[in-house]
Write a protein that binds this ligand. Structure first.
Ligand code: ANZ
Ligand code: ZN
Length: 871
């Protein structure tokens, strides 16, 4: 064994050994319990960032721990390889997106390997490969035939200068990110997946997911957004034609308080008015500008304009004016609302702004309604009672809704209705670097799915990007084809799929990545039985990715792709890791613009709590400003490159620091001091083993007849084993596990005894420590274990089990007081009775000295804690 800890050598040797022995291979074995440990696959952006390292370290710790428990572990990895950044890089660097992507994958794979993750690389997949997306296209055609994928017009962001569609994130303050042009909303044909068909099940099954953080389940629930209400119509007549304005309301009990109706700018009544009044037309245009992101709509200033159209209140017969309101969403309900300004906060603001009437129809005992400002109780469903509402006066909310729904239904003008916030999923993108949509357009036969034997529709990889729109639409060799129906000339679809589609089923394909005649096979049943055992990833995917994955799993189930094995939910346990944050540093230039400096370029001064309080730029020695602690990001230039860390200290130090710095679901603050601390700890562990091993082999001695001190160390060792196993397995709190091992090693260091018995306890302790730390720092543990047990390897060893007999406390230590003052301690057998403790106390050297031959006046005893002799 080397005297000095040399991480690079240790890590290369360990990785070599694992590669040669196939330590991370996962092979189906129905006789062993399986453990499928899944981490969210990365987008191949160029290099790993600290968030990746954290994510995959957590996964690896769990994978290695479960392997030591005897589980058949699968830990796969792949690449979420399609997406926009590749196209942007292509434009900037003039390389095809494919080439850029594959080069990034190669590099990032070497980084993952360098970190020593026990990944089964035989299962690696990249979603941009035809052998992967072929099955996505295959499934698309099935869903298309079942009507679960359909085409309709959808609204997109149109950049009039670049003549192209922009993603929501490319629209900044309503303008195109590159052109700066005002973005228009445009309607184009798009493909949608009918996720709404599954809304009820996606909501109900959240209850099964007790292995998920409550917060994530709640986010999904809100996203699905089930509301129960009434859908009803206001009849009207326009140009002599009868019509009905349908609205959805959750507060039908307030129907007698309607003072106007509001419709979305895209609503047919708005279009009708716009066609007749240029002022309305201009307003409708204005509403259509700006991004289509929902967040923008929620925070916008309320704006509106009357249409001049009147509708009839279905119960009172009153004439009600229809307004266009920018707070009404075309995509929710019917794109129109009955406005009750007295009891709906948005309607209240709108009515106040435009001087529309406000009529109170709900009262709460002890509260007074006033037009001065909105009060929370105006919307109170629990305490509210109908007033000014004719027949309905005195009814509570629930009863009134029932009565009003019944009266509307009697006229054929309404019904109770469950409404979901969840919308169908628009999956088409007008971009190049994605999975081609397998549809052929024929002027005679219409739209036909590509037949199975013609799949995959391969995306051409060797292209140059430039000009507006997708290059596919400029490549006749791609889009010119023959119709599978009539054999005539036809045009291939040039849109590609949203990359969320690929990530909705990759975890199933890991089970059978080599199958070239089916999307999934019976290996899915083995690995996914009862759900994937652990999924680890960022909270930013708490809604869409997880929802879409749940949806796809149900779709595939309903197509019978899992045979008789029922898989309702893909992920049994979910861990959402916290962010990696770091201090920020900057200088202001002459225009007051912040120039962010990377933490690696500055020398910081820290206070006693480790916070940066001052800093200088290393290059010029002059001060810089210390900003806040923020998520590591390019925009704040506060990212720490994991590569540099690994090169300086090794993968084990990186892994240890990350797992020790905070619990996995909380944010992790980067600290150089913390990294150095982790490195020092590993060096210390190395030294302990080196010193112990250098003293020669250890003779096996029975654990009986140990000194109290050695018994104490053994007890702590076995307590630690129990705690660490519980921390890893049940609590998933790795930092406390590491802390317990550190304490154990402190106790180890205090033992100075050199007897054979002491050396045996040391051997036992060090062996157990390497086993316990193995999931976190596997390279150094592999080396230390081999040094401790020549001829053995750590790989394949089981996780240690606490020895029950070591936990039994044979002796206890009591505090010894003389006249209430602490004077020493007293060791007695744990089972000793009062009389024998009393005589042991009186016989002690301390008591003898203080009593000096006299008899004690009194002896007070607190069982298990102390003895107080009163002289
Ligand atoms: C009248 C009313 C009175 C309402 C009242 C609320 C309180 P949730 O719970 O999210 O389903 N609404 C309906 N369609 C809309 C649309 N397309 N755009 C904007 N708002 C719309 O919300 C349902 C409520 O949101 C409905 O109930 C309707 O306003 C509004 F005292 O109707 B309510
Ligand atoms: Zn045809």
């Amino acid at each position: 064994m080397q005297e000095k800890y040399q991480p690079a050598d240790v890590e290369i040797a360990a990785q070599d050994f694992w590669n040669r022995s196939g330590a991370a291979r996962a092979i189906e074995d129905i006789n062993r319990p399986k453990y499928y440990c899944l981490s969210m696959f990365p987008y191949p952006s160029g290099k790993l960032h600290m968030g990746h390292v954290r994510n995959y370290t957590i996964g690896d710790v769990l994978a290695r721990f479960h392997r030591m428990l005897g589980d058949n572990v699968m830990q796969p990895m792949g690449w979420d390889a399609f997406g926009m950044p590749a196209e942007n890089a292509a434009i900037q660097n003039n390389v095809p997106p494919a080439q850029w992507t594959y080069a990034n994958i190669d590099y990032m794979k070497t980084q993952l390997k360098r970190l020593g993750f026990a990944i089964d690389w035989e299962r690696e997949l990249a979603t941009c490969r035809p052998e992967y997306y072929r099955w996505e296209q295959w499934l698309f055609t099935r869903l298309y035939n079942k009507g679960l994928i359909y085409q309709r017009l959808g609204t997109v962001n149109w950049d009039p200068v670049e003549q192209t569609v922009l993603a929501n994130e490319q629209v900044i303050d309503g303008r195109g990110w590159r052109s700066g042009a005002l973005i228009e909303k445009r309607e184009i044909p798009m493909y949608y997946m009918k996720i709404t068909t599954y809304a009820e099940e996606l909501l109900a099954d959240l209850d099964q997911l007790d292995g998920w953080p409550e917060q994530v389940r709640l986010m999904q629930k809100n996203w699905i957004g089930k509301s129960t209400g009434v859908r009803f119509a206001f009849p009207y007549e326009l140009d002599g034609q009868p019509g009905q304005l349908w609205v959805f309301t959750t507060r039908a009990d307030t129907i007698m308080g309607v003072t106007f109706c509001a419709v979305a700018a895209e609503h047919p009544l708005a279009s009708y008015a716009a066609a007749r009044d240029p002022r309305v037309a201009a307003f409708v245009e204005e509403c259509k500008q700006g991004g289509v992101a929902e967040a923008d709509l929620a925070t916008m200033d309320k704006k509106g304009l009357p249409t001049g159209i009147f509708v009839t209140h279905p119960l009172s017969g009153e004439q009600i004016e229809v307004w266009i309101g920018n707070y009404v969403l075309m995509s929710y309900g019917d794109g129109a609302v009955m406005a009750v300004p007295a009891h709906d906060e948005r309607d209240f603001a709108f009515a106040r702004k435009y001087g529309l009437p406000i009529k109170q129809v709900i009262a709460v005992a002890g509260e007074t309604f006033s037009l001065d400002g909105w009060q929370e109780w105006y919307a109170d469903k629990q305490r509210g009672v109908c007033v000014n509402s004719g027949n309905y006066d005195g009814l509570d909310c629930k009863t009134a809704v029932e009565a009003i729904a019944a009266d509307l239904a009697a006229q054929g003008l309404g019904e109770k209705k469950v409404q979901f916030r969840l919308r169908d999923w628009g999956i088409s993108r007008q971009r190049y670097w994605g999975c081609p949509i397998p549809i052929i357009h024929c002027t005679t036969c219409g739209d036909l799915p590509v037949p199975d034997q013609d799949l995959p529709v391969v995306l051409p990889e060797n292209i140059t990007i430039g000009g507006a729109g997708s290059p596919l639409a400029r490549m006749p060799e791609f889009y010119e084809t023959t119709c599978p129906g009539c054999g005539g000339k036809a045009r291939r679809e040039t849109d590609t799929m949203d990359t969320f589609v690929e990530s909705s089923w990759y975890f199933l394909r890991y089970c059978c990545p080599d199958n070239d005649h089916a999307m999934v096979d019976e290996r899915v049943a083995y690995w996914c039985a009862g759900g994937i055992d652990q999924y680890i990833g960022g909270i930013e995917h708490a809604i869409l990715h997880l929802l879409y994955s749940r949806f796809w799993t149900k779709l595939m189930r309903d197509l019978g792709l899992f045979g008789e094995h029922r898989l309702d939910e893909p992920f049994a346990h979910l861990l959402t890791q916290g962010m990696v944050v770091a201090p920020t540093f900057y200088r202001e230039d002459s225009h007051g613009k912040k120039q962010w400096l990377n933490p690696a370029e500055v020398d910081a001064v820290h206070d006693e709590r480790g916070r940066a309080v001052g800093a200088t730029l290393r290059a010029d020695g002059l001060p810089v400003i210390v900003g806040g602690i923020e998520k590591m990001s390019k925009s704040k230039n506060n990212g720490v490159d994991p590569q540099a860390l690994i090169e300086q200290f090794g993968a084990d130090t990186a892994r240890l620091f990350i797992m020790f710095a905070s619990p996995p679901d909380q944010s992790l603050e980067w600290s150089d001091a913390g990294v150095e601390g982790a490195f020092r700890f590993l060096k210390r562990l190395w030294r302990f083993v080196y010193e112990h091993v250098s003293a020669g082999p250890v003779a096996p001695t029975p654990a009986a007849h140990l000194s109290t001190e050695l018994q104490g160390l053994r007890r702590q060792l076995h307590q630690t084993i129990g705690k660490v196993a519980d921390d890893y397995g049940r609590r998933k709190q790795f930092n406390t596990a590491i802390a317990a091992v550190m304490e154990l090693l402190n106790a180890y260091a205090r033992i100075t005894d050199d007897s054979a018995a002491a050396r045996a306890v040391r051997q036992e302790t060090l062996e157990a420590v390497t086993l316990m730390l193995n999931p976190i720092v596997p390279h150094i543990c592999e080396a230390l274990y081999a040094a401790l047990r020549p001829g053995h390897t750590l790989s394949g060893q089981a996780f240690p089990k606490p020895d029950a007999s070591a936990l039994v406390q044979n002796e206890i230590e009591l505090v010894l007081q003389i006249n209430g003052k602490l004077r020493g301690s007293l060791r007695v057998p744990a089972a000793a009775d009062r009389a024998s403790i009393e005589s042991a106390a009186l016989a002690s050297e301390t008591a003898q000295k203080h009593l000096a031959g006299t008899a004690p006046r009194k002896l007070i005893m607190v069982p298990g804690r102390l003895v107080n002799i009163v002289t």
